[in-house]
Design a protein around this ligand. Sequence first.
Ligand code: GLV
Ligand code: MN
Ligand code: MN
Length: 416
Amino acid sequence: MTKTASNLQIDSARLWGTIHETARFGATPKGGVRRLTLSAEDKQVRDWFREACEAAGLELHVDALGSMFGLRRGRDMSKPPIGLGSHLDTQPTGGKYDGVLGTLAALEVVRTLNDAGIETELPLCVCNWTNEEGSRFAPAMMASAAHVGDFTTADILSRKDAEGVTVAEALEAIGYRGETPVGKQKFSGFVELHIEQGPLLEAEGKTIGVVDSGQGVLWYDGKITGFESHAGSTPMPLRRDALATLSEIVLAMESIASKHGPNAVGTIGEAVIAKPSRNVIPGEIAFTVDCRSADADIMDALDRDLRASVAEIAARRKVDVALDLVWRKEPTHFHPGFVDTIENAARTLGYSHRRITSGAGHDACNLNTIMPAAMVFVPCKDGISHNELEDATQADCAAGANVLMHAVLALAGVAA
Ligand code: GLV
Ligand code: MN
Ligand code: MN
């Protein structure tokens, strides 16, 4: 059969090969990846990606926050490209697929179109967004948020990691502070492929998740100020223990999220005792909170309930608790036309599929606020992600990349 746009398939082995080739950059002994944004390992994968994009004929440029854009010309250059891609940074103990699949599948789509000699009507733009994960610099998805105007470039450049290194310094250190002003690369729309990072597709035996919505996110920085004192000689009723206070807050978060569930989650993922010592009652603790729901009213209720609980616990324990909301991202409702296009591609290719809400945040959620966007999910083993055990099958990754390609071909059009 001759290769036409309608029966085109990506090269599954080539995609699988690139996923495993790039997993070397930051590989951990347990089979995961540690590639914090703008680290030396991030530079390695970026250099690899730059070379691969250029070898595929893409015109690569980098914006002032380090996001990478590889342009494939279309027949009609008067219109902005359809964007496709994701991110190459990972969690401190991340896996091989979160973000990587979507970015390398975008490259694979271009390689496949090149091999088949297919020109699209609109241009295409393969993207690697800086700091999707948010574990080194907050907030998550900060480059796409700046791209859509939620933050200024100067604000994001001044954000610091735990060591006090700014985004600007980290970009300079790896040579990825690019010249393109943030937001200058325009798009006609954006499509992102990702692993589901949850259990639904696998449990239902479905290959493709057609993502029509995404949870909103609340991020807080918290600080508890109690009083350091002797662990042996301070009677229990006289203590102002910051760690005991945090323990109550953790349990309060759990019960508040459960009360609003199943459409709510809440997590305290970081807690640092300022001057830990076995025989000192902890006097100061910094902590973070991550709360999510796909319903904006439930987000408001989570915020109200959390603040009320924290105030009650702090007053009873005679400690100060500061709780600063550092980020609020509203729930996402992806563009109905783009969602339909993805569903049609899955149907035409014969993959089992269902509509799904994303529990995780994604750059596509930010981009959807200023352009039509949607996402494709594929299953991951046991729904596990943000973990070195994260796993997905070659067949599912290839299926996702095929749906991505056919959705992009439908949106960009095939030049006659
Ligand atoms: C991004 O990985 C998120 O926290 O959802
Ligand atoms: Mn991701
Ligand atoms: Mn992630």
